[in-house]
Design a protein around this ligand. Structure first.
Ligand SMILES: [Zn+2]
Length: 158
């Protein structure tokens, strides 16, 4: 890869392509809201977006704004760039965070503004919306600034 090609690629991250099922999520992100599908029959949150409630099977799902508060469930460090955009960004973390609204309600993200040595499972984080490309805002997470206690209990799996 030449320097010219690399410089061009660096400012252009891979961009998700919204579908009819995921458009609400990206609209929310552009509005500074984290919206998660919720079953209107049994009130269970469903993420990633899908057409059926994975608890009761209802197709009556609607997006609802959630608090954006979460705890780090798991993470890893990516040391190798799989796309030119990431060449100067490695190592970076890939984290799975569990939203406080429901045990097991998890999303994959990056934890930003967090010194690598302080990133831990169970730490409280909050959503932050970052413009990462010309046409792309992502919901990332930063260490919690509210100081409010966050339950890390997960009766379903712990
Ligand atoms: Zn349901």
């Amino acid at each position: 890869m030449t320097m010219t090609e690399r410089a061009t690629a660096l400012n252009t991250p891979p961009v998700p392509v919204p579908t009819a099922l995921t458009e609400f999520f990206w609209e929310g992100v552009r509005s500074g809201e984290l919206r998660i599908l919720r079953c209107q029959a049994c009130r269970y949150f469903v993420h990633y977006p899908r057409p059926l409630c994975n608890k009761c099977g209802s197709t009556d799902l609607a997006p609802e704004q959630v608090s954006g508060r979460a705890v780090v469930y798991s993470y890893t460090w990516a040391a190798q760039a799989f796309h030119p955009y990431f060449v100067d960004r490695v190592p970076y973390n890939i984290a799975v965070v569990e939203l406080v609204e429901q045990p097991g309600l998890r999303m994959t993200t990056n934890v930003v503004d967090c010194p690598p040595q302080t990133l831990r499972t169970g730490m409280a984080v909050e959503v932050v919306f970052r413009q990462v490309g010309p046409d792309l805002v992502l919901p990332l997470f930063q260490p919690d600034t509210t100081g409010e206690p966050v339950s890390t209990q997960n009766e379903e799996e712990r």
